[in-house]
Design a protein around this ligand. Structure first.
Ligand code: SF4
Ligand code: SF4
Length: 433
């Protein structure tokens, strides 16, 4: 008899209220003397740098291009290019080159980008999204234009405002503050894909955000605002799509005629295509059980995490700093890293040392895995370096959602082991090739 039913999800405490009790603030630009832009992406490919030491830049000057998918990056302040220096990057877990720009505090702006009308050809809309360097603001940072390039047979644009990670509240607040922009951006995305429908999904019990989105969408019969259950990881594309469409897919949602974008990403699509603005600042949730004045704060892209933390009253306790939500991000080594546009949170949690005990073989990790994997079996294969079995168990389909660690009664860091298993399997597969 199974002790746990196969669910693929779990209700977990959201702790969202912590950062919603205080108003959003904006950091004083005078406190941001320098901004820093990492010059490598997750795949370690270096960026093409378009400026050199001593160059003057403005807010919105194109400073570098990521070669994979040609994604431009823009300065978030006006000032002078100082240098390229080594700095820790939590996305890669390594030290890498960063472009440093010294702020002149004048906030001189570049000319806006060329705007695009909603009735423009879809190729023009996709090109404008590419030119604005828009990447997914929900955390993954995947270039938005790539999802829309030469797509066919798309029926629905699914705007994901679920934000299922505990503590995080930026998408929720943007939905309240900028619902019209989210709807406006979603219409451009709908046009870019030739889709007939838009669904905006958010979790239940967010009535105010839901009402704002419904008001903003009230003029359009092809937009539906859909509330979805509050369980984790409802915001993961595959879970959300299965809940809404009752369909599964292999690699991309476009296989079943759907493209998914985060709601704040839709908002910045609107900013770029209607107002010609690129992303130079963003809303960031700073929360956790050691932050006395948790709230959301607007900061320039490229600001250091340590500069943001100086704005907060933090309990005098040993804590771990997570450059994202507690379920999916790994603790940062320190707060010396720079925020890029897809990083929307700093979560500070009191350090708790768990003493793992032997696996009980209870099956909870397998029962809750939203990818349908058997983490307990993968751990055994990992321990034995049984690469054939790791392949058979489809180890690479793990999405690092963190749920297996969360549910493990033995306090085993199952997700960390899954990451290690993927790494050794990747190395093994490339050596085989
Ligand atoms: S790893 Fe943890 S959750 Fe999975 S079977 Fe063992 S004890 Fe249970
Ligand atoms: S981290 Fe990976 S193995 Fe663990 S529950 Fe999530 S998808 Fe499954």
């Amino acid at each position: 008899m199974k002790l746990f039913s196969t669910k693929g999800h779990r209700k977990i405490p959201g702790n969202k209220h912590i950062s919603l009790e205080r108003d959003v603030t904006t950091i004083d630009p005078k406190k941001v003397e320098r901004v820093y832009f990492p010059l490598v992406a997750g795949n370690n490919a270096p960026h093409e740098v378009l400026v050199k030491e001593g160059d003057k830049v403005k807010v919105g000057t194109k400073i570098a291009v990521k070669p994979q998918f040609t994604v431009p990056f823009f300065s978030s302040v006006s000032g002078t290019v100082l240098a390229i220096e080594k700095r820790y990057n939590p996305m890669t877990g390594r030290v890498c080159d960063h472009l440093v720009i010294e702020n002149d505090f004048k906030m001189t702006k570049e000319k806006p980008l060329k705007t695009v009308k909603l009735d423009a050809p879809k190729e023009e809309i996709v090109a404008a999204i590419k030119e604005a360097g828009i990447i997914g603001l929900g955390g993954a940072g995947f270039p938005t234009w790539v999802k829309y390039n030469n797509v066919k047979d798309i029926h629905t644009i699914l705007i994901n405002a679920v934000e299922c990670e505990p503590y995080l509240t930026t998408d929720y607040l943007e939905a309240k503050m900028n619902a019209a922009k989210i709807v406006g951006g979603a219409r451009y995305l709908q046009k870019a894909a030739g889709a007939s429908k838009i669904i905006i999904a958010l979790k239940v019990h967010k009535e105010d955000a839901c009402n704002c989105l419904r008001d903003a969408a009230s003029a359009y019969s092809d937009i539906e605002v859909r509330e979805v259950p509050d369980y984790y990881p409802m915001g993961w594309e595959k879970t959300l799509i299965y809940h809404i469409f009752k369909k599964r897919y292999d690699k991309l949602p476009s296989e079943i005629g759907v493209i998914v974008n985060n709601s704040s990403t839709a908002m910045v699509v609107y900013d770029a295509l209607v107002d010609g603005k690129v992303v130079t600042e963003r809303l960031v949730t700073v929360s956790g059980n050691v932050v006395k004045d948790a709230r959301n704060i607007i900061v320039p892209v490229g600001i250091l995490a340590e500069t943001i933390l100086k704005e907060f009253d933090i309990e005098d306790k040993e804590f771990v700093l997570l450059p994202g939500g507690p379920m999916t991000s790994n603790p940062a080594k320190d707060a010396s890293y720079a925020l890029i546009s897809c990083m929307g949170s700093l979560t500070l949690l009191e350090k708790v040392v768990y003493r793992p005990v032997a696996c009980l073989r209870c099956g909870a990790c397998s029962a809750h895995c939203p990818a349908g994997l058997q983490p307990v079996e993968i751990l055994r294969a990992f321990d034995g370096r049984d690469y054939d079995r790791l392949e058979k168990l489809e180890t690479m389909r793990c999405v690092d959602c963190g749920l297996c660690s969360y549910v493990c009664p033995s306090k085993i860091e199952v997700t960390d082991m899954m990451k290690k298993a993927k790494t050794i399997l990747r190395v093994h597969q490339s050596q085989k090739k």
